[in-house]
Design a protein around this ligand. Sequence first.
Ligand code: ZN
Length: 296
Amino acid sequence: MYQTTLKTRISCSGVGLHAGEKAAMTLKPATAGTGIVFERTDLNNGGRFFPARFDMVSDTFLCTTLRNASGATLSTVEHVMAALAGCGVDNALIAVNGPELPIMDGSSEAFVFLIECAGVVALDTPRRHLRVLRAVEVRDGDRVARIAPSESRSFRCEIVFDNPRISRQSASLDLDREAFKSAIARARTFGLMEEVDGLRARGLALGGSLDNAVVVSGETVLNEGGLRYENEFARHKVLDAVGDLALAGAPILGAFEGYCSGHALNNRLLKALFEDGDAWRWETAADDGERLAALA
Ligand SMILES: [Zn+2]
């Protein structure tokens, strides 16, 4: 019913996936209506803030990067965004001392742990959500991302990989805090061994290791301990979609479906949704009460 924020500030540190540099991050409470805003503490006043919105996304290769009006960038926001959305946090300021957020173990588990340690409190302003009124779909060849009207916030992702261990798999989520935490938050990002050398040659994934990504070579999962779920790969795609769609700036009441979708297509889906003024509307908890009263 009401917007939320964190009860107190809380910090962690880790390496950034792409540059491989150490990053320190602090999650802080924020007032109602702030939304999620990132702050790069290594930059000067004007250019240090990055509202977490779909229209600030500048790059979606491997991760979601935000670019602000002064041209500064901040990368790998999606797993923190997923944790905040999964835990129902509407407003927070996320301070980080460099151009990348820490990757932690490649999932959202550490961020969920931090949010739960800090605690989540309700503010006195009603929450608004974005209700999908008709289906919107974007495609890139065979890849599809789609959002359709629904009374719940559901996600379904299917992936098909030319790899015998990943192959074809799917995962679903009806988004609430417990379901996100138990079924999705621990699913790690992943890659194929044969891609790793190419990424390193391009100066990417320099901080990547078996500590923060599942790496697959043929039939074999190279990580000691193997997978956390048999369909961990598809579950991570759901995690990414939760984070990418949180860039709408409010919870979306709708059913998301992705077929081989990723950050780029998820971002195009949000742009297509917002461009079609008949496909959605803002609603608040108060509107819901009136609607239910009208139906009764
Ligand atoms: Zn991811």
